[in-house]
Design a protein around this ligand. Structure first.
Ligand SMILES: [Ca+2]
Ligand SMILES: [Ca+2]
Ligand SMILES: [Ca+2]
Ligand SMILES: [Ca+2]
Length: 453
């Protein structure tokens, strides 16, 4: 547009040089004192471009590309697109590629960039085990005047291919044996996995009898207690640990782990029969075996399955009349004379208690068998130091005919009519309950006959 009529200045209204083009200006000059039209003049205004816009890689930097190791030469890796505001000339971009300053990659660089397209491809075989990544600098230079350029940093990650099988390089047994109440999570061994690949994946599996009790942390190689152990069920933990890469391309490696389990006194003696019924005649002699109580202790260790019997009762007569042969012998013998007519039944509490010892739960809290403790509380007995069971013995006294009948009268009188068979009949109580005596005088037999019936 004409910005100064007197001086004839022409100004461009376009700010962006990319929108400028050659223009033809038509103009004429006027004499203001003597206005007369002068023939229009034509002028060609040619716009000369100056390169002011360098190429740009945009806002995506830093860039990350990746390519598998062992890729064939010429494999496409990626392209860093550029923006150049200029139209040719000045908009044609030429790419080049160099190793980043300070990068330690081996020379020569196994990548090249196509100068026109900017495509980055492999020009050498790449080994991820030798070098897992490359740092490069891509430069884009335009053809403007003066030429302008831009550079961007890019990292090319070399993706690993599973070429080598895994192995178990080292096995360190930390605990050759563990008690059966060992805390879950306790580490008993440590394995060291190895693989010549640059980014190996270790898939670890356990098999064998103790696969549910031992497990492996694939990251650390730690073999740890996975679940509670019972020495009475398993004397040792045996597992086979194998490691593979998870894709079936390479064979697995394996090793066997064997950990002994030691016993803890965690089993209480248990009576074979919780309530024993024993019948004994009232005339049984002292020393007669009334019954034999029996209990079992499942603990594996001999010391942990030793136990002793004891009897107790709230009935003083029961304690006086019955004795155990010894604390380790459950034979119950008669220690006094019974009398059915005096007492027909005796009840004894019998306890079997083992050698004790500290028992702790997996969290380390001292442990007692709660159920048995409750039994003790209910029957008012102090809790034994060891693990124990409480049973009951019921002794029933059997009656024998050890008392003669007794006449209710010292003398009997009566009269008899001739031809009468029975002179008189009387019923007398026998001393023993529930029995009676029938006393009958028979003609011709002066002495009455009596019998308990
Ligand atoms: Ca491998
Ligand atoms: Ca590899
Ligand atoms: Ca025991
Ligand atoms: Ca045990």
């Amino acid at each position: 547009m004409l910005s100064h009529r007197r001086l004839g200045w022409l100004h461009s209204c376009v700010n962006s040089p990319e929108h400028l083009a050659d223009v033809v200006a038509l103009w004429h000059a006027v004499n203001t004192a003597h206005p007369s039209v002068v023939a229009p003049q034509t002028t060609l205004l040619r716009v000369q471009r100056i390169n002011v816009a360098p190429p740009s890689f945009g806002a995506g930097a830093p860039f990350f590309l990746q390519v598998f190791e062992n890729s064939p030469l010429g494999t496409f890796v990626g392209r860093l697109a550029t923006i150049d505001a200029g139209a040719p000339p000045g908009g044609l971009v030429i790419y080049s590629l160099v190793a980043a300053p300070g990068a330690s990659e081996a020379a020569p660089l196994p990548f090249a960039v196509d100068a026109q397209s900017g495509n980055i491809t492999t020009v050498l075989m790449i080994d991820a085990e030798q070098q897992p990544s490359f740092d490069i600098v891509i430069t884009a230079k335009d053809d403007g005047s003066p030429p302008l350029n831009a550079s961007a940093h890019a990292t090319i990650m070399v993706l690993d291919i599973n070429e080598f099988p895994p192995s178990i390089a080292q096995v360190t047994i930390l605990l050759q044996s563990v008690p059966e109440n060992v805390i879950v999570g306790t580490v008993v061994a440590r394995l060291e996995f190895a693989d010549e690949d640059s980014s190996p994946i270790f898939i670890v599996e356990t098999s064998g009898p103790a696969a549910g009790k031992l497990d492996v942390n694939a990251s650390t190689g730690e073999v740890y207690i996975k679940a509670g152990i019972d020495r009475e069920t398993e004397a040792q933990l045996e597992v086979t640990i194998s490691v593979h890469n998870g894709d079936g391309l390479q064979p697995a490696a394996s090793t066997d782990i064997l950990i002994e389990v030691t016993d803890v006194n965690d089993e209480a003696p248990t009576f074979v029969t919780e309530t024993l019924l024993a019948d004994v005649y009232e005339n049984a002699s002292v020393g007669t075996i009334v019954t034999v109580v029996a209990a079992v202790d499942r603990d594996a260790d001999v010391q942990n399955r030793l136990f002793e019997f004891s009897i107790n009762s709230t009935d003083p007569a029961a304690l006086r009349l019955f004795r155990l042969a010894s604390p380790t012998d459950g034979t119950l013998r008669l220690a006094g004379m019974l009398d059915y007519e005096e007492q027909r039944e005796y009840r004894l509490e019998v306890t079997a208690v083992d050698s004790g010892g500290e028992i702790r739960s997996q969290s380390g809290v001292p442990l007692v068998l709660a159920g048995l403790t409750i039994v003790c509380v209910l029957i008012g007995l102090p809790r034994p130091a060891g693990l124990f069971d409480v049973g009951e013995i019921v002794v029933r006294v059997l009656n024998i005919n050890d008392n003669p009948p007794i006449f209710t009268q010292g003398a009997y009188e009566g009269s008899i009519v001739e031809n009468t068979v029975c002179l008189f009949q009387d019923i007398a109580l026998c001393p023993a309950p529930d029995t009676i005596v029938v006393v009958t005088a028979i003609v011709g037999s002066w002495c009455p006959e009596a019998a308990c019936c």
